[in-house]
Design a protein around this ligand. Structure first.
Ligand SMILES: C[S@@+](CC[C@H](N)C(=O)[O-])C[C@H]1O[C@@H](n2cnc3c(N)ncnc32)[C@H](O)[C@@H]1O
Length: 174
């Protein structure tokens, strides 16, 4: 009974902390849909061993897919505690090799990345634009879901909702 109570308290704390982090960073957890995931991976042609980075990896679905499809070497960053735990559980259960850091990605260098994926808000992408251009090596591919990265010219814009022709995947290359 005591253990159940402790678990409930811990769970409530994690939910509160996750809500606080989402409000504080102003980026909610919204997962990328299966259809969009397929579109992304059929477009970027990831190679075996490529360093694939998801900035704000949510439950780790993009990392899992990159590993499954191309044996990519994935790294994800997540700051919402409950979402991070979800990603960690998923990784352990699936026996995947990708790494997930409970960390603000702005605090790490991105010079090792071959492909960067992000599904972030425009105000974050604006800040990220400088970081990418300063740190990333030549040839690095960046995919932004839904929002354009201000200050960078996309190499390709592809529609997410094919029938509606909504341009919503932005591909960049350094
Ligand atoms: C819109 S969700 C996308 C999740 C996942 N990439 C996907 O496409 O399914 C954005 C995620 O980024 C995380 N996030 C936002 N800012 C972050 C930061 N500075 N460092 C690490 N994670 C961050 C949020 O907690 C949220 O889970």
């Amino acid at each position: 009974m005591d253990i159940l109570l402790i678990l409930m308290v811990v769970f409530c704390l994690l939910i509160s902390l996750t809500a606080f982090v989402s409000i504080f960073y102003r980026v909610p957890y919204v997962p990328t849909s299966r259809r969009v995931i397929d579109k992304i991976f059929s477009t970027i042609k990831l190679k075996k061993g490529n360093k694939f980075v998801d900035l704000g990896c949510g439950d780790g679905r993009m990392l899992q897919e990159a590993e499954k499809r191309a044996k990519a070497d994935g790294t994800g960053y997540e700051i919402a505690p409950l979402v991070y735990l979800m990603a960690l559980c998923k990784k352990i259960v699936s026996g995947s090799k990708y790494k997930i850091h409970y960390k603000n990605f702005f605090k790490d260098k991105l010079d090792y990345a071959d492909v960067i994926f992000c599904y972030l808000m425009p105000f974050q992408l604006k800040k990220l634009s400088n970081k990418i251009q300063k740190e990333c090596k030549k040839g690095t591919v960046i995919v932004s879901n839904t929002f354009k990265i201000e200050g960078m010219r996309p190499k390709k814009i592809i529609p997410k909702n094919i029938p509606e022709k909504t341009p919503s995947l932005y591909i960049y290359q350094i």
